[in-house]
Design a protein around this ligand. Structure first.
Ligand SMILES: Cc1cc2nc3c(=O)[nH]c(=O)nc-3n(C[C@H](O)[C@H](O)[C@H](O)COP(=O)(O)OP(=O)(O)OC[C@H]3O[C@@H](n4cnc5c(N)ncnc54)[C@H](O)[C@@H]3O)c2cc1C
Length: 381
């Protein structure tokens, strides 16, 4: 039986393990961190297409159980005037809806499901090198151990080591010119329904909020600003993020500044990066998936959904195309056009600050209505 070495126990890695298992292919997941970070406040939304891809590998039920449906979107301008209102679900009446997840809860359920199906997950194993022959691969880890397999899938995120091992000239992630700041506020100065996103196109920042479980608010802001160096980022406390936010949100009407001011829980911020086109996705028996291969600005709210789609399609290719290098080439052919189009669309959305609809959730038909048929055979490229 084929055995895959999967690097990274995030979204792409865990879904790849489950999808390969369904395809009758064994795998082991090697995750750098010894335990899951409790990333307080961090949340993300899976679009209808992401939920649809989970359905292909029977993960939709367990995953949906830890998320909250997001059925509606209302858009406001900087004067607090409503400029858009509509459903987030597909127009064709299917019953999938986008769902919002605490990041840690989503990662946990995906890895738990992989383990429940018999996949081995090894934590505290950080890939530093890999070699491949015509018949096998060897992954080398930081503490000196190694693992062998028939192929290697680098699902190691936007700062992927695997990408650099495939091509030492691979591009580095590009700073998008914005900070992404997010928080959870148990105190709610306004009532936002639990299934409705409010998006506020502020004069100097974009703000999104949705009612969380038990009455609190999940919120995020995209703030144009110069990239913070590592030490500057490390020095950013909740208080400093809040000060910066209030400085840019304060001039707008509407609840954004009040929500940020009322948040006494931790506020977290990041530089935002994307990765538009990675020339080398696969070589021989090694490939990359998810953010390692293409990373979209969170403005599209699609990175996780695209990572899930990648992993399901990759497993189908390995199931149907007998030769591993050819299967990996087929996977690239099937996935590259869609994900590169998405990264471009997300970058345009992010730079406009004037989006009329949503932080993703598949607001364009070509994103939302993508369906992966698990049983349809893959033709080799
Ligand atoms: C603020 C923010 C908000 C976002 N909001 C959304 C949203 O609403 N909707 C959406 O769809 N997407 C969103 N995204 C994007 C989404 O989080 C990513 O696209 C998604 O997590 C990609 O999954 P992945 O598995 O490829 O990478 P990751 O989730 O980053 O997982 C990579 C894993 O690999 C491990 N790893 C890294 N290096 C190594 C190594 N050398 N050896 C072993 N393991 C390693 C990491 O520890 C990690 O567990 C958001 C991103 C950010 C930053």
């Amino acid at each position: 039986m084929t055995n895959a070495v999967i690097i990274g126990g995030g979204i792409a890695g865990a879904v790849a393990a489950v999808a390969l298992h369904k395809a009758g292919i064994g795998s082991t997941v090697y995750e750098a961190y010894p335990r899951l970070a409790d990333d307080v406040g961090a949340f993300l939304t899976l679009g209808v297409n992401g939920m649809n891809a989970l359905t292909a590998v029977d993960l939709d039920g367990p995953v949906a159980a830890v998320g909250e449906p997001a059925r509606r979107l209302k858009v406001f301008d900087a004067d607090g005037v409503k400029v858009g209102d509509g459903p987030l679900t597909g127009a064709d009446g299917h019953d999938l809806v986008p769902r919002t997840y605490l990041r840690a809860a989503l990662y946990r359920v995906l890895l738990d499901e992989a383990e429940r199906r018999g996949v081995r997950v090894e934590r505290g194993r950080r890939l530093v090198d890999a070699t491949a022959t015509n018949t096998e691969v060897r992954a080398v880890f930081a503490e000196g151990s190694h693992a062998d397999g028939d192929l290697l899938i680098g699902a190691d995120g936007v700062w992927s080591v695997t990408r650099g091992l495939l091509d030492r000239h691979a591009p580095a992630p590009r700073y998008t010119g914005q900070h992404i700041v997010y928080g959870f506020s148990a105190a709610a100065p306004v009532v936002v329904p639990a299934d409705t996103y409010w998006m506020i196109r502020g004069g100097r920042a974009f703000f999104g909020v949705i009612g969380g479980p038990r009455g609190g608010l999940w919120w995020f802001a995209r703030v144009p600003a110069p990239e913070l160096a590592g030490a500057e980022l490390a020095a950013m406390t909740t208080e400093r993020w809040r000060e910066r936010l209030l400085a840019v949100l304060g001039g707008d009407r509407g609840p954004a500044a009040d929500i940020a001011a009322a948040t006494t829980e931790r506020i977290v911020g990041h530089n935002d990066y994307d990765l538009a086109s990675v020339p080398t996705w696969q070589r021989g028996r090694m490939t990359i998936a998810g953010d390692a291969a293409h990373a979209a600005s969170p403005s599209a709210g699609q990175g996780a959904s695209m990572a899930i789609e990648d992993s399901v399609v990759l497993a189908k290719c390995l199931r149907d195309v007998p030769d591993v290098p050819r299967a990996l080439a087929t996977y690239e052919t099937l996935r590259r056009p869609r994900v590169e189009r998405l990264v471009e669309a997300a970058a345009a959305l992010s730079s406009r600050q004037s989006e009329s609809r949503t932080r993703g959730q598949g607001d364009s038909d070509w994103i939302r209505d993508h369906h992966i048929d698990w049983d349809a055979p893959v033709e080799p490229a």
